[in-house]
Design a binder for this molecule. Structure first.
Ligand code: SF4
Length: 289
């Protein structure tokens, strides 16, 4: 495997041992379980998560300081939730000194950039105690999710129990047990254009990154990347929070994660090169001179 998976200290397939967490989890309940453990242990004093917004499946950043609040935010919502914009709120209005944050790979990049160049995030960067990244191939504006669910899958947004991208399809699960699958060629045109120049699939800059790809149903693949990530992960394992399996023993395993990461990077590098040919990505020249 090459650089497509980023640097990491260890990688396993894992799932939470808490049945309540698993019930509402997207896959192995890694984010909820790890934040819940970190809260219990005082490693974080709150976490910025994708909470419920004003409309069904429209997330808004939410600062969870209790397990119940973390539980309420379980599951993936396939549209952008501006969690990074809440870091200041978490530290200033909520007074948190040890902040957990979950986000997409691009949001992990923003967190690290904010720590290195804290313009607008003064006195805040060193309060990020645990950054968890989620694998991400692409994302959608909220209106696009509405189109996909209501027009293509013929389901009401409020009747949806879960959405998922996997096995080459976009899956919509209804509260009454209905399942609709859409081929990804239908969803492509709804993707955010910015995602087409994104070169990170597995959240290389997170402390811990996770996603379903590579592991069996109900389990998640977990990369432990940094010292902070390693420390909290080791403590959580010792406390019995997770069942794990060596990733080498799991099918499809890292081979698939690597394949998808490479596909994303190759495809999006091509888009970057194409955009450079029509001026975007280079310093623009005034055509009237
Ligand atoms: S594809 Fe990249 S830019 Fe788009 S949401 Fe995912 S990480 Fe962010």
């Amino acid at each position: 495997m090459g650089t497509e998976l980023g640097k990491y200290k260890s990688c396993v397939s894992a799932r939470s041992t808490d049945k309540e967490i698993l019930k509402g989890a997207q896959d192995g309940g890694i984010v909820t379980q790890l934040f819940a453990f970190a809260l219990d242990e005082g490693i974080i004093d709150g976490a910025i998560v994708a909470g419920a917004g004003d409309e069904p499946w429209r997330p808004r950043p939410f600062i969870a300081t209790t397990k119940a609040e973390l539980f309420a935010a379980r599951g993936t919502k396939y549209n952008i939730c501006p969690n990074v914009s809440f870091i200041k709120e978490a530290t200033r209005s909520y007074g948190l000194d040890k902040v957990g944050i979950v986000g997409t790979p691009c949001q992990m990049q923003a967190v690290r950039k904010g720590q290195l160049y804290p313009i607008g995030l003064r006195d805040v960067g060193d309060k990020i105690a645990l950054a968890i990244g989620i694998f991400c191939m692409e994302n959608f504006p909220y209106q696009s999710i509405v189109q996909l669910v209501e027009d293509h899958a013929a389901m009401k947004m409020e009747a949806v129990k879960k959405m998922e991208i996997g096995k080459g399809k976009f899956w919509v699960y209804g509260q009454r047990g209905q399942v609709v699958q859409l081929p990804l060629k239908v969803t492509h045109k709804y993707e955010q254009p910015g995602c087409h120049v994104c070169l990170d699939y597995v959240a290389n800059l997170a402390d811990v990154s996770t996603g379903s790809v590579g592991s069996a149903d109900g389990w998640s693949t977990v990369f432990v990347r940094t010292r902070a990530g390693d420390s909290v992960w080791a403590k959580a394992i010792a406390a019995g929070c997770f069942e794990t399996q060596p990733i080498e023993k799991v099918k499809p395993g890292l081979e698939l994660v690597s394949k998808l990461a490479n596909e994303k990077i190759t495809k999006n590098k091509t888009t970057l090169e194409e955009r450079a040919t029509f001026g975007v990505g280079k310093a623009l020249r005034n055509p009237y001179i």
